[in-house]
Design a protein around this ligand. Structure first.
Ligand code: SF4
Length: 331
């Protein structure tokens, strides 16, 4: 059976872009793959970008990302769910891949160029980021990786790293394939400036655990079709981010109603946004209730992560023994 691997960044509060781009997908794949679904909160990646890393919040954000995924429905009994830094083999394999990877290949990575361009002094870890990502995936010999489009280049590099290792030391790793998560491409920021979590405008994200009053304040001022200056102006839902959100949160009759009524000015934007809020509340209320329960018992989250790390180690250690032996290290 295939093994699925996905890394979850512990940077920032979990938002609805994460929910539709990754978290719902994790639950679905977990039902399908069971213990062959491996989900890792990739905290070792966080310090590679000094603009995003903060030592005072890293542990809290890691815990909150675990809690949010469990609240959404990820069952740590069914899948393998753990924190990257708790399984030391990630760092070891990353080093052994680093020594084999040409610097030129890493310097070509688009994400590296984007991030490095914003820094005065570029840490070597930023360059090595995709090597660590390759180690994360190949440590479990995973062959399937659900990702957003922005990670496709890194998966191609992972395949190249696996190919190079296999060619030099004998067949060891599969060449994993990327599976695009379509929704990840589509969830726009609520300020209308690009993908949620990527735009930096104030209030650009809707948090999974955010208070509904606060969500409404963001929706109320969110941009709509600019052609609707007056309530009587017909609009075009196809260019309105509120309609994009309806497609994620609302039931079919509401989506169809907005599609028709917006075009003939039969509904105003505020009423349209109120209908959207109803759909958001319906989706997020049970998640927020489960999160509140887990907040009462944080040890349940820590225990689940510790158990997940044990299970991950049980897979990773024999793979590292195989790698060390093939590379000629003294036993
Ligand atoms: Fe957007 Fe709804 Fe207003 Fe149409 S009615 S422009 S879909 S907010």
């Amino acid at each position: 059976m295939s093994t699925v691997f996905s890394g979850i960044q512990p940077t920032g509060e979990p938002h609805i872009g994460n929910l539709f781009g990754a978290m719902f997908n994790y639950v679905k794949l977990g039902e399908q793959y069971g213990k062959n679904a491996i989900y890792c909160i990739v905290d070792l990646h966080a310090p590679t970008n000094p603009l995003a890393y903060d030592k005072s919040t890293l542990a809290r954000l890691t815990y909150e990302m675990a809690l949010a995924n469990m609240a959404v429905g990820l069952d740590p009994e069914k899948v393998i769910f753990f924190v990257q830094s708790h399984v030391r083999e990630h760092s070891e394999l990353s080093w052994l891949f680093t020594v084999q990877t040409p610097v030129g290949e890493l310097e070509r990575m688009t994400q590296y160029k984007d991030k490095a361009g914003k820094l005065e002094s570029v840490p070597a870890g930023l360059l090595m980021y995709p090597v660590l990502m390759a180690a994360d995936i190949l440590l479990y010999k995973a062959d399937t990786v659900p990702v957003g489009e922005d990670q496709l280049q890194h998966i191609e590099l992972t395949r190249e790293i696996a190919r190079r290792f296999n060619h030099t030391f004998g067949e060891t790793f599969p060449e994993p394939r990327a599976v695009l998560t379509q929704e990840a491409l589509r969830v726009p920021g609520v300020d209308g400036n690009g993908k949620m979590g990527k735009s930096k405008g104030p209030g650009s994200t809707i948090g999974i655990l955010e208070d509904f009053g606060s969500i409404w304040q963001k929706l109320r001022v969110a941009p709509t079709d600019p052609a609707r200056v007056r309530r009587t102006d017909p609009g075009n839902p196809d260019i309105c981010l509120i309609f994009d959100y309806h497609k994620l949160f609302s039931d079919l009759p509401t989506i169809q109603m907005v599609d028709v009524e917006c075009r003939r000015a039969g509904i105003g934007c505020i009423d349209c946004k109120k209908a959207l809020l109803t759909g958001i509340e319906r989706t997020l209320t049970p998640i927020q209730a489960r999160a509140a329960e887990l907040q009462q018992r944080p040890q349940q989250v820590y225990d689940a992560l510790a158990h997940g790390a044990d299970q991950a180690r049980a897979i990773a250690q024999p793979v590292m023994e195989e790698v060390r032996e093939k590379m000629g290290f003294l036993k």
